[in-house]
Design a binder for this molecule. Sequence first.
Ligand code: MRU
Length: 365
Amino acid sequence: MHIQGKNYQTIWTDDTVPGTVYIIDQTRLPFEFCIVKLQSCRDAVRAIRDMQVRGAPLIGVTAAFGIALAFRETAFRRDWRKSLEKSIATLEASRPTAVNLAGALQALRPFLQHCKNADAAEITAWEYAQKLRESEISACSAIGDHGLPLIEKLAKVENSEPVNILTHCNAGWLACVDWGTALSPVYKAWRNGIPLHVWVDETRPRLQGARLTAFELGEEGIPHTLICDNAGGHLMQQGKVDLVLTGSDRCSRKGDICNKIGTYLKALAARDNAIPFYAALPFSSIDLQTYDAATIPIEERSEEEILFVEGREGKVRIAPPGSPAANPGFDVTPARLVSGLITERGICPATEAGIRALMEDENAA
Ligand code: MRU
């Protein structure tokens, strides 16, 4: 997608500089556009932990590149099978909630275990990371194609009035490699000439809505309005929201969705106002091992993110000295509040049977 009219993805390599991975430093957006080089597994861990890269699909891809980068270190190669386990554990611990991260590493492990030596394992790890990057791009693009008819249908009802879509956090291309999850249908609809407008929740505490979603929609020329996190319910009561679209960091086998803190309240308000609430996610964000989303580890983040607000000029304290803060990063929206899951394989009900049916269709194809 575009920044200043130029096409970018969030993570890429350059064949002329082997062993280097490039990312956009999302902690600097929207104020500065900085490209950062990752040259070691440590760099990848830091980028994920400090949220230079964030969003479920992107941290999975970055973790895979982290393992590929680890093979460039002499100390790692010396006893690479043992070192691999340590690096997997460190990467997995860097952010616990999104299943993509652990999923990418667990899926990579057997490929590496079959390698005869470090050279073969290094090639395998690079190939795996590149393939994962490509597959996340095509999954996100397909999510857009499957979600598009939902917006088209609402556009007909609206009779050329813009379709009003509310989104929470950043589930756009910056959270993925390209296209995004929740925003992919928005981009496809816009490119198909459907008039639309996006209500962007600012998404405290880190303001991914204000800083990233507003930024990427603006760069694509899509009409949007930033709102504070508490405004959504009111706008829904006023008939100003036609559709709620969010991403999901981890979806349980029965269709509960774990996403940025505050998503649950949007889903409750949407249900109370009979507004469709869809979660858009690739299958890499579905955790088939987890039936009950209550068991998903919820990342508890620093209280500094609540006690301070960060902007272009740095951090400003907004709470009295001595007041403690609690900062759970994600919440769970029960499947019963989710109108459907938009995936790369199609849209399904947020149920175990719905998810299985899409998997069976894929296997049969
Ligand atoms: O803490 P973040 O910025 O990594 O949280 C991201 C989200 O909650 C997104 O909505 C989620 O990853 C789904 S996006 C593709």
